[in-house]
Ligand binder design. Structure first.
Ligand SMILES: C[S@@+](CC[C@H](N)C(=O)[O-])C[C@H]1O[C@@H](n2cnc3c(N)ncnc32)[C@H](O)[C@@H]1O
Length: 270
């Protein structure tokens, strides 16, 4: 069976149109605990210099391109395997007059010359690439040596673990097997893999969390961007219960459990 993260059907469901990716980006903007700008944080790691040429592999809708252009780069080449993403990036560039060209290509075989780019990025995309070593070698090949820099962003392995925990519980109660997280294919723990191709790799961790004000908000986001609550919804429809009410009560129950297990004991008290 093909793994979900690289299954062409799953990829076309996620990236065949812009909608799901935009919802996920918006959810991070609206519900992240940290107030500082995530894209600026990434660009501070890339350290682009005015006049640089940068390639953005798996560019999606090009959400980082305006901020990167604001740092004075000469041009960005956006690369994505999805036509819808290439069109979205190019449309944004045209509307804002950004020096961006977006092309349809695969990270595993970039149709680009050697030693051509001062900077490269592959943000939240390597978990979708079947041959990750090939993609890493391609990133290295197109970078100008020795000064070129590459940034690879990935989630932590425990990313969304609380939502997953609640989903697993729903699955158990409703009698189905939940799908695996797609993040296990490439996350912050895959440093050794990256080191094979980039021996000087450094890992930077940016701690953050989703803070959903209500269970309805968490439900709405995951329902529109993923398939989790829609599977719960279908099963619950049969029992006449509502997913968000169920999620709210489960989340209260697990918060109470956590709070009670985290209560510090008074020294000396039994
Ligand atoms: C989670 S999105 C990330 C988009 C963007 N980098 C961002 O951070 O907003 C993953 C992107 O990688 C693209 N992608 C998946 N597999 C790819 C591959 N083998 N080569 C190039 N792009 C790919 C998808 O089409 C999608 O646009």
């Amino acid at each position: 069976m093909v793994e979900r993260a690289i299954d062409p059907l799953y990829l076309s469901e996620q990236y065949g149109t812009e909608e799901r990716l935009r919802i996920r980006i918006e959810a991070h903007q609206r519900y992240s605990e940290r107030a500082d700008d995530y894209l600026d944080w990434i660009l501070d790691r890339l350290q682009p210099r005015p006049g640089d040429l940068v390639v953005d592999v798996g560019c999606g809708v090009g959400s980082i391109h305006p901020a990167l252009c604001a740092r004075g780069v000469r041009a960005i080449l956006g690369v994505d395997v999805s036509r819808a993403m290439v069109d979205a990036s190019q449309r944004q560039a045209n509307e804002r007059s950004l020096p961006v060209i977006a092309i349809e290509a695969n990270a595993q075989a970039l149709p680009l010359p050697d030693d051509a780019y001062d900077g490269a990025m592959a943000n939240h995309m390597l978990f979708h690439v079947p041959d990750q070593r090939a993609a890493l070698r391609e990133l290295r090949r197109v970078l100008r040596k020795p000064h070129g820099r590459v940034v690879l962003t990935a989630a932590a392995p425990e990313h969304r673990s609380r939502l997953r925990e609640i989903h697993n519980l729903a699955a158990q109660q409703l009698g189905y097997t939940p799908a695996d997280s797609v993040m296990h294919r490439f996350n912050l723990d895959h440093l050794d893999l990256v080191r094979e191709v980039f021996p000087n790799v450094e890992r930077f961790v940016r701690e953050d969390a989703f803070l959903f004000p209500t269970a309805d908000a968490a439900c709405a986001i995951t329902r529109r961007a993923q398939s989790m609550p829609s599977r719960i919804d279908r099963r619950m429809a049969a029992t006449g219960r509502a997913c968000s009410r169920w999620l709210a009560s489960e989340s209260r129950r697990s918060s109470a459990q956590r709070a009670s297990s985290a209560t510090p004991k008074t020294p000396g008290a039994s």
